[in-house]
Design a protein around this ligand. Sequence first.
Ligand SMILES: [Cu+2]
Length: 70
Amino acid sequence: MQTETFKVPNIKCGGCVKAIEDGLSALPEVAEVSASAERKEVVVRGETLDRRQLADKLAELGYPAETGAE
Ligand SMILES: [Cu+2]
C-alpha cells in the first residue's frame, strides 16, 4: 500500500472534506482517503497511486494542493 499526502490550504469545513473524500474515492486505484480541515491535509492510500493524477483531481474538485509538498 502506498500513501500520498497533500497540503490543501482551502479545506474549510466538513463539506470540503466530504467533497474531497468522495471525489478521490471515485478513482479506482484509491483505497482510502482521509481529509482534514484542521490540518489542511489530504492523505490518500492505495495501490500504484499517481501523485500527479491525484493532484489534478484535487484541482478539478476545487481544492488545489500546494506544490512542493511531498
Ligand atoms: Cu467547506
